[in-house]
Design a protein around this ligand. Structure first.
Ligand code: FPP
Length: 250
């Protein structure tokens, strides 16, 4: 499904159809408790579980989580390796439950950088849940918004080489189907935990008209109550998509 907010205006709902989250603050959560940063990532997985469940119960259709950015490779080697292991263990442990609960799992990002075993697990997990449709859970791993736009452009150029000679013909609707989340509508709501107010190269194309919510909670402390507070704030937003308030009142 491809739907660009600059081409068509999505319906408004009380619950976002697509929620995208930057799960920040794991390291600080742990440091505050004199624990190694990696302890924060382990607790972060529990928060992922809580939020997936709460989203399912509230009728969110697409949930996208930024698990590992293309910039996260700059972290200490030990922390990167713990994150990779955690990712593999979580996939292994949770996949049956996700499959039975009707969750369809998508992993987006430049997966070629991951070790072959992890790539294989990702492929298998996606295949196992491919028939599900209750909740589309996307994990962005080694993902960057600029990478996504560039890879889409490369794919478009390969599919339609004639466009190189007539660049005026490259419209949004030509590029969008090649973005890695072309199966989902654009996010209605974005949440970043941990107190920072940045997009950090997340879904930069897709967030153009998304409502942005920033929470001071560290990710391991985030759960159903905090999610409901974000949804309550979301309901107060007037989503104009370029129109005036008067037009919306009609
Ligand atoms: C940001 O906190 C968090 C990450 C870079 C990793 C997020 C990973 C998880 C929650 C666990 C694995 C996820 C899945 C889906 C299996 P930070 O380390 O940047 O925190 P800080 O800003 O306090 O240092």
């Amino acid at each position: 499904m491809v739907r660009s907010s600059t081409l068509s205006i999505p319906e408004s709902n009380d619950i976002p159809q697509h929620l995208a989250i930057i799960m920040d603050g794991n390291g600080r959560w742990a440091t505050k408790r004199f624990l190694p940063r990696t302890a924060g990532h382990f607790r972060g997985v529990q928060a992922v579980r809580r939020v997936v469940e709460a989203c399912g119960e509230r009728g969110v259709k697409y949930l996208t989580l930024f698990a590992f950015s293309s910039e996260n490779w700059r972290r200490p080697k030990e922390e990167v390796s713990v994150l990779m292991r955690l990712f593999m263990q979580t996939l292994d442990k949770e996949i049956s439950k996700l499959e039975n609960q009707g969750v369809r799992l998508h992993i987006v990002g430049d997966l070629s950088a991951f070790e072959p075993k992890l790539q294989e697990m990702i492929k298998e997990a996606q295949a196992r849940t491919a028939g599900n449709d209750a909740l589309h859970l996307t994990i962005a791993a080694n993902y960057g918004g600029r990478w996504d736009i560039l890879q889409a452009l490369r794919k478009l150029m390969i599919a339609k080489p004639e466009l190189a000679a007539q660049s005026d013909a490259i419209a949004e609707s030509e590029l969008a189907p090649y973005l890695s989340m072309a199966y989902a509508p654009e996010p209605d709501l974005f949440i970043r935990t941990g107190g920072e107010q940045r997009i950090s190269n997340f879904l930069i194309w897709q967030l153009a008209y998304t409502e942005l919510y920033f929470s001071d909670d560290f990710w391991p402390d985030f759960g159903a109550k905090e999610l409901d507070a974000a949804f309550e704030w979301y309901r107060t937003r007037e989503r104009r998509f370029g129109r005036t308030s008067a037009q919306l009142a009609k």
